[in-house]
Design a protein around this ligand. Structure first.
Ligand SMILES: [Zn+2]
Length: 138
């Protein structure tokens, strides 16, 4: 029996491009073309200067845990519970909600260094998730 697939995010004009980048293995951040302010989640207008012009940059995928929560319920098909959901401060300065994997929930702490990788579900859907950053060897 195959595992049910996770619920997919709705892909629209304003965010579909972001998920296409994730499918290509990249974590990207929307950038205002007028004032260079970074923003996430993707949206049509800059909150700083109201420009509608934008491009994006690729994130390093490195960040720290700003906050986290452990989800037990409700349980949706396609996920392995409990889930550790984290609010990540990316080193570029924006925040992102994601999942922390490869880490016991007792080991999560505020400020811990994490790094992004692209997780591919059994049905081929790709999503950026995080794991504890590999310690520097020096
Ligand atoms: Zn702007």
């Amino acid at each position: 029996m195959t595992k049910p697939s996770r619920i997919k995010p709705p892909l629209g004009h304003d965010n579909g491009w972001w998920w296409q980048q994730a499918a290509a293995g990249k974590l990207v951040i929307q950038r205002c073309s007028a004032c260079q302010a970074l923003r996430h989640p993707p949206r049509p207008m800059c909150g700083e200067c109201r420009s509608m012009a934008w491009d994006f940059i690729e994130s390093s995928g490195r960040g720290t845990v700003n906050s986290y929560t452990v989800l037990h319920h409700p349980q949706f098909p396609g996920y392995d519970y409990p889930l550790t959901i984290i609010l990540v401060d990316l080193e570029e300065g924006t925040r992102l909600t994601s999942q922390l994997v490869d880490c016991d929930r007792e080991d999560v702490s505020f400020g811990m260094a994490v790094e992004m990788f692209i997780q591919e579900d059994e049905d081929g859907f790709k999503i950026p998730v995080f794991r504890p950053a590999v310690k520097e060897l020096n």
